[in-house]
Ligand binder design. Structure first.
Ligand code: G4P
Length: 541
């Protein structure tokens, strides 16, 4: 019998927990499906999702997602490959993404950035990349849709450097001409991998024939011109390119880059295997007790997401925890930091492709869904009663969309307040009160407008409240303070009428304005005012 420490070290070494980040349509869903296909978690990749046939991804739990054919909430998928346990945390793919997306990135150890070969770096990729970079998460790049015409690999490398400020190290290199690639050259194995024709429309794993570069078969199959340009490209990469240094990957300065096509399974397996080899296992995390090592024998985890009503058949709320240290065991009792209470963790659930399963044990890096009777909030720490600490607070992400929200039927005020409070606690919305206004309405702030649809839908379906929602013409929120420490009041602010003065949940003053220009005016005319895009303590409000 291995000791607990040996068991933990063994399990931790196997874990790879990551999120896929991309702009909508780059192929995140398709790549996820194909990773599951290679992982053997499903038989037919297409069974997870095909928009055309109106079937839906496993992550499309909520009705609203189905209606729109998009993924609103993040999901978690787990599978085994080559002795490793892979946890993929899905991030919403719609352009109106939410704080959920950002928070998911708090729970991963690395990220895979999918880029459409024809489109290069797009708006949402940039935003998500920035969050990963700030958190110092290693980023792996998968350049997708290589079966199509697109930008040239060297141009894409330049684009990554110029737009995102990250250098790239191609792990493989496409062989052939744009749009008609025949295979890839694997730079670490120093092998040519030529793919057989895909006759199954990407429904089965694709077989590659593997050769040394100087094997006469290579010349025979790809021709003199292609071989020559491949040799030239490889020489250029070796001479002028980056050297591979994992410490730079870990620091977010260098990204291992893979070329492939998720749809036709071109390069997907190479990517998966390369990723497993290089990606970091769960690492220590900072707490009020200092760094907590994953192999610490005491259990600890934090809540990074709360999801209500995932399955209409079970009307429930799940709190998703990321295990950071120790061994999770069903029915264990843990200490809940925020309420200073002991909680028994019964009915833990894990996700394997389409099924939810009750699980008995889990290890650092794993994500577990806990039945939540309403005690958990985003960022909460749970840990062993013997240790009692708290993980670093989740940052608040600046809201960019605002609406005044009230119940249409004033008789339903109580349910309305309850629902709004609940959704705030879950972290779906940020709540503000207009200074001096009555309690009938709130100002709700979100990161994307889609969250207002979710708010409306959930208040109606879970609290039976119809709401009135009036969008406000503001896009910028600034938390306010005076250098002197004097309280900031509407009367003390010059130009307050150019925006809206509100209070956050902790009664901190916040000014909402329409744009950066209006903000500039406020700054110029209130010289001793300090303005921040997040609360001064940057803790959840
Ligand atoms: P997303 O989750 O990032 O939003 O993208 P998704 O995987 O849904 O892919 C967006 C579209 O791009 C889909 O086409 C998908 O089939 C296609 N796609 C994904 N990977 C590749 C690839 O390697 N090559 C090519 N040529 N296309 C790819 P769709 O027509 O919008 O939907 P569907 O009916 O195929 O599901």
């Amino acid at each position: 019998m291995p000791s607990l420490t040996e068991e933990l070290e063994n399990e931790i070494a196997k874990r790879r927990t990551f999120a896929i980040i991309s702009h909508p349509d780059a192929g995140k869903t398709t790549l996820t499906e194909k990773l599951l296909l290679y992982g053997g978690a499903i038989h037919l990749a297409g069974s997870i999702k095909s928009r055309k046939t109106q079937r839906h991804a496993v992550s499309d739990w909520m009705e609203i997602e189905k209606q729109r054919g998009i993924s609103v909430t993040s999901s978690v998928l787990q599978f085994d490959y080559d002795g490793c346990r892979i946890n993929i945390l899905d991030t919403p793919g719609h352009q109106d993404f939410s704080e959920d997306t950002y928070r998911t990135l708090m729970a991963v150890d690395s990220a895979v950035m999918v880029i459409d070969v024809a489109k290069g770096v797009e708006a949402q990729t940039k935003k998500l990349f920035k969050v990963c970079k700030q958190r110092g998460i290693p980023i792996f790049t998968f350049v997708n849709k290589l079966d199509h015409y697109g930008k040239l690999p060297l141009d894409l490398m330049d684009e990554l450097e110029n737009v995102l400020g990250i250098r790239s190290y191609p792990m493989n290199w496409p062989i052939g001409t744009d749009g008609q690639y025949l295979g890839v050259y694997d730079r670490s194995e120093k092998k040519v991998k030529l793919f057989a024709e895909d006759t199954t429309h990407g429904q089965t794993a694709r077989i590659a024939d593997i050769y040394d570069l100087d094997d006469p078969k290579v010349l025979e199959r790809i021709g003199q011109d292609t071989l020559h340009s491949l040799q030239e490209d490889l020489a250029l990469l070796d001479e002028a390119g980056e050297t591979f240094d994992f410490s730079r990957v870990a620091a977010g300065d260098l990204t291992p880059m893979y070329f492939g096509s998720a749809m036709t399974n071109f390069g997907v397996q190479d990517f998966l295997e390369g990723y497993i080899r290089l990606a970091p296992k769960p690492m220590p995390r900072i707490s009020t007790r200092g760094e907590i090592a994953p192999a610490d024998s005491h259990f600890s985890a934090f809540v990074f997401k709360i999801q209500a009503n995932m399955n209409p058949a079970h009307r429930d709320r799940l709190a998703f925890i990321r295990i950071c240290s120790g061994k999770f065991e069903r029915n264990m009792t843990v200490w809940h930091e925020r309420t200073d209470k002991l909680i028994k963790l019964s009915q833990p659930q894990q996700f394997l492709a389409q099924d939810r399963q009750i699980i008995d044990t889990a290890y650092p890096g794993d994500i577990v869904g806990l039945f939540d009777p309403g005690v958990f909030g985003i960022g909460d720490t749970i840990c062993s009663p013997e240790q009692k600490f708290k993980y670093a607070d989740f940052p608040v992400f600046p809201p960019e969309k605002f609406a005044r929200v009230s119940a249409r039927d004033t008789m339903k005020r109580k349910q309305f307040v309850k629902g709004i409070e609940q959704l705030t606690q879950e972290g779906a919305i940020q709540l503000f009160k207009q200074s001096g206004a009555g309690a009938e309405s709130y100002i709700v702030g979100t990161v994307g407008t889609l969250q207002f649809d979710v708010l409306e839908y959930r208040l109606k379906n879970e609290y039976n409240v119809d709401i009135e929602l009036v969008m406000q013409p503001y896009e910028v929120a600034r938390w306010l303070a005076y250098e002197s420490g004097e309280p900031v009041t509407p009367a003390s602010l010059k130009g307050v009428e150019r925006g809206m003065f509100v209070l956050d949940r902790k009664d901190n003053p916040v000014l909402l304005v329409s744009n950066e220009w209006a903000l500039g005016w406020i700054t110029d005319n209130n010289p001793s005012l300090l303005l921040r895009p997040v609360p001064f303590d940057n803790k959840a409000v």
